[in-house]
Write a protein that binds this ligand. Structure first.
Ligand code: GLY
Length: 392
């Protein structure tokens, strides 16, 4: 079915009472998880509902620290602050030792752990770690093509491409310019999003997951998927990264050309939601397909819409706010974990990766919790209940 703002308006919307109930539940799970996940981090996704402890590796550990900071903001309880600070120390070590950081995900890792710590508590070690991470990310900027190379060794021909997820890694560069007064970080971020939006958005307002840049000419060359169903399909989480990524760049740049891009990417996402509003992992699939959902895509999209409604006035702003409230209601009811004995995660029914003929993935974290789904769920609830100041 094709959803519209009118059809979505028929679904129930979250209100303060429900959001409060949901966040209290989520915070109690985070509290239960602290003994296992303070010195260690949760794995990227759960296994039969349960995260396993890992070291501070992969692109996903910052989401857990970010969720702890949100629990601290909601409760004011020092137990959360102390746990998050242990993890901030781990992030400082990680960037100093360059452990598993040969990729672009410095924003996912360091915005939610260390920029958050610095903004909330003035932690100087956190600031140092986040600035080192911003420098490290800046090292992936390719002047030839004006973009941040996502994966592989910088300048490597087989990996000369950008990916839509990177839009969430730009805020750490904008932030670094703000705190250092050195504009070169923000300039790279601005150039990157301009390049990305020139090639990644299709005519029908769906998005490519990744796009190769021609190493000779620096011009966009061709798009392929990594995690979507097909090269030409819309991977649900990729589309959601687009929604929130554009909103975050708008927050920093206030460039009005991004408003239209935001609306196009978001409208596509909303139009393709299934009957119960929880997206399948790729928009190739709809109600009755039997394919798994990706609840994290909806949580990311809700945060992006709630961010952008701060700047979109009038009826247009209200439309996105209304849609965000209704998606969040669906998430709470259908995916919010209410029992620590069934899962130690917050948001059920996510999909990390699903194997398909055209993508390069194997099934991973299918119909499981994932740390980013949990984080964005907490962020969405926090946004409903407070005038939340961005960690991004
Ligand atoms: N950024 C990687 C992913 O969304 O799976």
């Amino acid at each position: 079915m094709a959803q519209t703002f009118e059809t979505i308006r028929k679904y129930p919307a979250v209100d303060e009472v429900l959001a409060k109930k949901a966040i209290i539940q989520a915070v109690s799970i985070i509290r239960e998880d602290l003994p296992m996940f303070t010195e260690h981090f949760p794995s990227s996704n759960s296994f039969a509902g349960f995260y396993k402890p890992t070291e501070n590796v992969e692109w996903t550990t910052g989401f857990w620290t970010g969720a702890i900071w949100l629990a601290y903001e909601y409760t004011g309880d020092d137990v959360f602050k102390q746990a998050a600070e242990v993890q901030v120390d781990s992030f400082l070590e990680r960037i100093k030792n360059k452990t598993d950081v040969n990729h672009h995900d410095m924003g996912f890792l360091f915005s939610l752990s260390c920029v958050a710590a610095y903004k909330l508590t003035g932690n100087e070690k956190a600031k140092e770690a986040a600035l080192m991470a911003a420098d490290h990310l800046a090292g992936r900027y390719r002047e030839n093509g004006k973009f941040l190379q996502a994966w592989g060794n910088v300048g490597e021909a087989s990996e000369y491409r950008l990916i839509i997820d990177c839009l969430l890694n730009l805020p750490i560069l904008y932030w670094a310019s703000e705190v250092t007064g050195d504009g070169h970080y923000a300039k790279m971020a601005e150039n990157h999003i301009r390049t990305a939006m020139q090639c990644i958005l299709r005519e029908d307002d769906s998005t490519y997951h990744t796009y190769f840049i021609d190493m000779e000419t620096g011009k966009p060359s061709y798009g392929v998927t990594h995690q979507g169903n097909r090269n030409n399909s819309a991977w649900a989480r990729g589309q959601a990264w687009g929604i929130y990524g554009i909103a975050l760049s708008y927050h920093y740049l206030k460039d009005d050309s991004y408003i239209d891009l935001f609306c196009r990417v978001t409208d596509f996402f909303l139009r393709h939601l299934p009957e119960d509003l929880i997206p399948y992992w790729d928009f190739d699939f709809d109600t009755g397909s039997g394919e798994p959902r990706d609840s994290s895509a909806a949580a990311i999209a809700v945060c992006g819409m709630l961010e952008m409604t701060k700047y979109l006035g009038g009826e247009r702003g209200e439309k996105y706010k209304d849609a965000a409230y209704r998606l969040l209601y669906a998430l709470i009811g259908q995916c919010g974990n209410t029992d620590w004995r069934q899962s130690n995660g917050l948001l059920l029914h996510g999909t990390y990766a699903r194997d398909s003929e055209e993508n390069t993935c194997q099934d991973r974290g299918v119909d499981e919790c994932n740390t980013w789904g949990d984080y964005f769920y907490m962020e969405a609830l926090t946004r409903i209940l407070s005038d939340w100041k961005l960690y991004w």
